[in-house]
Design a protein around this ligand. Structure first.
Ligand code: URA
Length: 209
C-alpha cells in the first residue's frame, strides 16, 4: 500500500499480541503502549535529515551528525494518543506537543473537538499525529484537518492498529500524510470498532470500562 508502512518488527508484533489479549491488565496495557510508542517513533523518524556539527571528543575534533532543523511536534489525539506519546518523548525529549482533543459521538461516529493547543510555529516543524486506533478514520482525518488549519505543512501519522476502511478513508482525505501502523486488521464492526482489534484503547489504558 503506497504511503503506508506496516511495522513488522518482531518486538512490535509481540507486544501488540500481548495488548490484544483481553486479560492483559490495565497496567501492562499502558506499559506496552508506551514501549510500542518508542518503537514506532524509531521507524517514523528513520529518514529525518541530519547536519554535521563540529564537536570535540576526548581525543579529536570532528564533524558529527545531529538532527537538522526545528524540533518535531508530536500531536496525540486524546485520550489514547497519550499512551504512545510517553514512549515517543523518551526517544525525542525535545519534541513539542500539540494536544488534539476529539471524541467520537457514539451515535453518529462523527468527531467533536473539545480541546486544541499547538505550538505557534507549527508550519516550520514536522508534525507526527499519534492516533493509536485508525478505525473509521474520522478522528485521524479531523486531527489532520485541524493541524493543517493551524498551519502544519508536513504531517505524518503514527498508529497502532488500522482497519482497511479507515486507512483508505484517511488516505483519500489526506494523500499527503504518510501512515505508520503496527497492523492492518480485518474490518470494522457495526459500532466502529476494529476487528479483531484490542477493544477500546482509552478504556483499556485507564481502566474506565
Ligand atoms: N477506538 C478504539 O479504541 N478501538 C477501536 O477498535 C476503535 C476505535
Amino acid at each position: 500500500m503506497q504511503g503506508v508502512t506496516v511495522i513488522d518488527h518482531p518486538l512490535v508484533q509481540h507486544k501488540l499480541t500481548l495488548m490484544r489479549k483481553k486479560d492483559t491488565s490495565t497496567k501492562s496495557f499502558r506499559q506496552l503502549l508506551k514501549e510500542i510508542g518508542s518503537l514506532i517513533c524509531y521507524e517514523v523518524t528513520r529518514d529525518l535529515p541530519l547536519e554535521d556539527v563540529e564537536i570535540e571528543t576526548p581525543l579529536a575534533t570532528i564533524q558529527a551528525p545531529t538532527l537538522a532543523g526545528k524540533k518535531l511536534v508530536f500531536a496525540p489525539v486524546l485520550r489514547s494518543g497519550m499512551g504512545m506519546l510517553e514512549g515517543m518523548l523518551e526517544l525525542v525529549p525535545a519534541a513539542r506537543v500539540a494536544h488534539v482533543g476529539l471524541y467520537r459521538d457514539p451515535a453518529t461516529l462523527a468527531c467533536v473537538e473539545y480541546y486544541f493547543k499547538a505550538p505557534g510555529d507549527i508550519a516550520e516543524r514536522l508534525v507526527v499525529i499519534i492516533d493509536p486506533m485508525l478505525a473509521t478514520g474520522n478522528t485521524a482525518i479531523a486531527a489532520a484537518d485541524r493541524l493543517k488549519e493551524a498551519g502544519a505543512l508536513q504531517i505524518r501519522i503514527a498508529c497502532l492498529l488500522a482497519s482497511p476502511e479507515g486507512l483508505s478513508s484517511f488516505q483519500s482525505h489526506h494523500p499527503d500524510v504518510p501512515v505508520w501502523v503496527a497492523a492492518v486488521d480485518e474490518r470494522l464492526n457495526d459500532h466502529g470498532y476494529i476487528l479483531p482489534g484490542l477493544g477500546d484503547a482509552g478504556d483499556r489504558m485507564y481502566g474506565t470500562r
